[in-house]
Design a protein around this ligand. Structure first.
Ligand code: ASP
Length: 355
């Protein structure tokens, strides 16, 4: 029902706005959105200094992505540029600062996807790769496989010249204590962490291409080789120039079951295509045509998919960038560490849901 309401809204927009073929004279646009996890973010429980520190970290990640885009760099490079500082920052649950497994080690997951070619690379369960997003990129560029795990992924990393570090690099006291508390008090991961700290970025570059990337330590106390949604193409990460780029954070098991990232892209692609069909624009034209999915429509589609996650019992959020440069957040939690910027001057970071 909700889907038909959205489709009706799209058709109304199309009726009001004639579809314009892409005008190369248009200013090249870029757009970027980032996240550093979603969850229970209570103003009263975060000091002013903590809020400022998170906002500063988000702003530097965003700035790193912007710098690439302003130079005419690729969406893939901007995604990496934004994610690397968050992987290196112990405030986030990715790279240094990753949560601990039940056995007391840090196991990292990451994925990167290129919306132009739909090539993707993903890795899971690595313990010595300093910046997992770079390994995901190496897997994608190598092209023989999409998803590598554990020791094999590290062997591949060594061959590909990716920086390896001792596992001690990832150790942090606050994450260690979270695991100890979880065990002592028999808590769930969400009880001890209160929020998901996965990091991600989605980008539209000035060449019109989209990319998405996500990097995480997963959930505190994860066991038995558990893999979350972040490195699963279609669940926590997806990019397709025909629809959107998505990166997710949240209770991975639910995001996998809904196939969140691809579900959002597919709904947007079909919604746009059905509207184009109604106006006699062929599929071949549609890539170049301004699909005309407004921010409002993208928001409704994302919210509808996130409502499904909630209905199944899952919390979290997504960031989305469309081929038109709309940068959208949707989350069913109290807050999400997030930021977005675009060539039209938009530049903001936020934490709480009322910001
Ligand atoms: N989605 C991640 C996972 O389930 C956790 C997170 O977002 O922090 O592994």
């Amino acid at each position: 029902m909700r889907y038909f309401t959205i489709l009706a809204a799209v058709l109304a927009v199309f009726a009001a706005t004639p579809i314009a073929a892409h005008d190369p004279a248009d200013q090249p646009r870029w757009s970027i959105a980032i996240h550093g996890g979603a969850g229970t973010m209570d103003r009263d429980k975060m000091t002013e200094q903590q809020q400022a520190a998170y906002k500063a970290a988000l702003q530097s990640a965003l700035d790193a992505g912007i710098a690439v885009l302003e130079e005419g760099g690729t969406a893939m490079d901007a995604v990496k540029a934004a994610i690397i500082p968050m992987e290196d920052d112990p405030k986030f649950n990715a790279g240094k600062g990753a949560v601990y497994t039940w056995e007391g080690v840090n196991e990292l997951d990451a994925a990167l996807m290129d919306g132009a070619s739909r090539k993707a690379g993903a890795i899971t369960g690595v313990r010595r790769v300093k910046n997992p997003i770079l390994l995901a990129e190496a897997v994608m560029r190598d092209g023989r496989h999409v998803f590598l795990s554990g020791e094999g992924a590290e062997e591949f990393a060594a061959d590909a010249g990716i920086e390896l570090v001792e596992p001690a690099w990832f150790e942090t006291e606050h994450r260690r204590k979270a695991l100890e508390r979880m065990k002592a008090e028999k808590l769930t991961a969400l009880d001890v962490d209160h929020k998901f700290g996965t990091v991600g970025a989605v980008v539209l570059d000035t060449h019109g291409n989209l990319a998405a990337g996500t990097s995480t330590g997963g959930l505190t106390g994860k066991r038995w080789g558990r893999i979350g949604d972040a490195p699963i193409i279609g669940a926590g990460t997806y990019a397709d120039n025909r629809s959107c780029a998505v990166s997710a954070t949240g209770a991975g098991e639910y995001f996998i079951r809904v196939g969140v990232a691809q579900e959002i892209c597919t709904r947007l692609r079909l919604t746009g295509q059905m509207a184009l069909d109604d106006f006699g624009v062929s599929d071949a034209d549609s890539q170049a045509a301004r699909v005309g999915l407004t921010g409002e429509i993208i928001q409704s589609v994302a919210d509808a998919v996130m409502a499904e996650v909630k209905d199944l019992g899952g919390d979290g959020g997504v960031i989305i960038v469309s081929p038109e440069g709309e940068a959208i957040f949707s989350f069913n939690t109290q807050g999400m560490y997030r930021g977005r910027a675009a060539s039209d001057g938009l530049n903001e970071v936020a934490i709480f849901d009322d910001e």
